[in-house]
Design a protein around this ligand. Sequence first.
Ligand SMILES: C[C@@H](O)[C@H](N)C(=O)O
Ligand SMILES: C[C@@H](O)[C@H](N)C(=O)O
Lengths: 159, 159
Amino acid sequence: EQEVVSGIAYSRDEAKITLTRVPDRPGAAAGIFGPLADEHINVDMIVQNVSAEGGATDLTFTVTRADFDRAMKLLRDRQSEFGFEELRPDQDVVKVSVIGVGMRSHAGVALTMFKALADKGINIQVISTSEIKVSVLIAEEYTELALRSLHTAYGLDAA
Amino acid sequence: EQEVVSGIAYSRDEAKITLTRVPDRPGAAAGIFGPLADEHINVDMIVQNVSAEGGATDLTFTVTRADFDRAMKLLRDRQSEFGFEELRPDQDVVKVSVIGVGMRSHAGVALTMFKALADKGINIQVISTSEIKVSVLIAEEYTELALRSLHTAYGLDAA
Ligand SMILES: C[C@@H](O)[C@H](N)C(=O)O
Ligand SMILES: C[C@@H](O)[C@H](N)C(=O)O
């Protein structure tokens, strides 16, 4: 699968915010993103997995560091309205993405990425994909190490 | 934000598989995608949120319906090796994506999408984003209703 990866991208301007146990019923996500959009908070990633038993699930999104304080204030002020249990911020993350063209399956590209990170002891906190990308959030201190390992893993090192 | 949405895409060829409580330590994801890649299983979405206490998190991915049975067999056979607690499949989903160009923030586009679905009582099971897309998994029975509501919400209806 290595021939399909065209590059590695990253963004340090990502502050991760997780809302735990958001009620898993229609309208819950809209109820949260309404105010965020009204306040013009710059949201990049949005990740939500299925709910386990209990009808609630965690919702994670990233905002630019410039909008972090405003986002946190909004979320704290409206916690009971939004219905989440805990507010878990983490500003020490970096988003790293592998960009592939024509990936029929993401399995091979994802494997190479996950293995390269694992081999350096880097824990993968969040995973999100699109047609042309596999993106992860990892601890920001690993930025250079991750980029170097990924370039090598995909054969993208300068000749 | 409506002017930046260029279209709505969807895929019914998505079988959702959730592995609950995958150990949240380096190597866990690689350990799962290695065999999936070796078996040439066609993986589309991969979504993982942060772990709550307990050092484990849920990992959800979708495979093509043609690969569902093979994927399930592989996962069942290797459950103890992969370390997850439960295997939760769901073939009755559709992936619906809003495609936007030049979205500075995803908040507005996501809000419109989430609200359109909420207004029709459609529950959002999984959310994943990329630079140009906000994608959700919803129950497959809502496909037409979701597409119609989203086209209207973004002003994409035929004139
Ligand atoms: C959790 C949240 O996404 C909820 N399921 C909703 O549809 O809004
Ligand atoms: C859960 C899984 O992603 C794990 N954190 C890993 O790095 O492999």
